[in-house]
Design a binder for this molecule. Structure first.
Ligand SMILES: [Mn+2]
Length: 433
């Protein structure tokens, strides 16, 4: 297909998804993980955009549709995304979300598995309802988490790249480089501007503007995930070269390159990301949330960009008389019960005004087997994680014998700040299995 702007592509992709559901045609879906952080969203869009413009010869379907793995309403919980979209000339309604798929209750009959092919980005095992229906239809992955070994070894035309990097978007950028460059040079000699109906710009200017828009989208995720390339422990060669490549695309566009400064761009998106004061506590908890089932138990982990005291204050504001700690734990309990969790964890990562980065870890166990698993987790990993009892924090084990309920809550300062959920989730899952 002819090349288009990202904005036009997203409209086409949404229409084509609708058409393939209505007419029962084949469709290729590219989906990020269910936390739907910036990295997941931009990985899926970049992959789908480049692959749709230059699909392999025997593509399963002509278009790759990028799916953001949340309901449309939850886009509003992601201020960093809302701040970023205008840079790519996109609006929230251009994103394709779970709302654009048939209802989960009749998903399987309306979008039958044989008509679908799935490529996973920023995860490598399809979770939840989608996983229960389409897991066998996963035919490719680009990811930077531990390999769950669910993606088949032979993925044919699609990649199977599961390797370390600060940001998954860096790996996608690396994979897309050649077709992307080919696309840019083709567009410059093929009447792109005429197709766009923009007579004020020549072909080259239009192509470079489109390139810059998608490059900004991708760059934002890499900068957020690597803290503007300063988080040295997680940066790999893929990140640094992707940043270089994307920055060059932005600078090559006279319109966007003129005033572009990478650190300002990072600050703008990062500021939006950490401004969560207008959100309700439960929305903060589900904003960057992942869930797994292991050993017959459910585990949920929320990542949060503010510290626990911020969350406790929030809980008190919302919960009335109770003291902040009690109010917070009771919100956590109800959040966990709604999801039938045996273990709920909150991981905070925040920077002080002196820009000192710190992490806290909270683990709440809600069932007897959950408590046992939590204790195993602790025994095996507290050293590697550098867990220290947090100041003024009482370790708490409550047994409500009347309700036959055990709750076990512990909070630590996590001395090893390099370990994010990417490392802690496998530790907890291991202890549960
Ligand atoms: Mn990621």
């Amino acid at each position: 297909m002819a090349r288009n702007s990202l904005r036009v592509f997203m409209v086409q992709a949404k229409n084509s998804l609708r058409a393939s559901i209505d007419k029962r045609q084949k469709v290729t879906l590219v989906i990020g993980n269910e936390s739907a952080d910036l990295d997941s969203i931009t990985s899926s869009i970049l992959y789908a955009y480049i692959r749709s413009s230059a699909p392999p010869p025997k593509a399963f379907s002509p278009l790759y549709v990028p799916i953001t793995n949340i309901p449309a309403a939850d886009i509003q919980l992601r201020p960093e995304l809302l701040a970023l979209l205008p840079h790519a000339n996109l609006q929230a309604e251009h994103l394709i979300t779970l709302d654009d798929l048939p209802n989960f209750s009749n998903l399987e009959s309306k979008l039958c598995p044989e008509h679908t092919k799935w490529v996973l980005v920023d995860h490598n095992a399809l979770q939840g309802t989608l996983g229960s229906i389409y897991a066998d239809r996963v035919k490719g992955a680009i990811d930077h988490h531990d390999d769950d070994c669910k993606v088949p070894r032979d993925t044919g035309d699609e990649p199977r790249i599961i390797t370390k990097s600060g940001s998954c978007t860096s790996l996608v950028t690396e994979y897309c480089r050649k077709p992307w460059d080919a696309l840019s040079s083709n567009a410059m000699s093929s009447g792109t501007a005429g197709a766009q109906g923009d007579s004020t710009l020549d072909d080259e200017a239009v192509a470079s503007l489109w390139d810059a828009q998608i490059a900004k989208l991708a760059l934002a995720s890499i900068l957020i995930d690597t803290v503007d390339l300063t988080a040295t422990h997680k940066i790999t060669r893929s990140d640094t070269s992707a940043v270089e490549y994307l920055e060059a695309k932005i600078m090559a566009c006279p319109r966007t390159g003129k005033d572009f400064q990478r650190s300002h761009f990072f600050e703008q998106i990062n500021k939006a990301k950490t401004d969560i004061s207008s959100l309700k506590l439960k929305d903060i908890l589900r904003k960057d949330y992942k869930q797994w089932t292991e050993g017959g138990m459910n585990l949920g982990i929320s990542s949060v960009v503010k510290d626990l005291n911020f969350l406790r204050r929030k809980a008190k504001e919302e919960g009335g008389e109770k003291d902040a700690r009690t109010a917070f734990v009771s919100t956590l309990k109800s959040f966990a019960k709604e999801r039938d969790l045996a273990i709920m964890s909150v991981m905070t990562a925040s920077a002080s005004s002196e820009r000192e980065f710190s992490r806290e870890l909270l683990v709440l166990a809600l069932t007897d087997s959950g408590v046992k698993a939590a204790e195993r987790f602790l025994t095996s990993n507290s050293e590697e994680l550098g867990l220290e009892k947090a100041d003024g924090e009482e370790e708490k084990v409550e047994v409500d014998s009347e309700a036959k309920e055990t709750t076990w809550v512990k909070v630590w300062k996590q001395g090893n700040v390099d370990h994010s959920r990417k490392r802690v989730a496998p530790m907890l899952r291991q202890a549960m299995s």
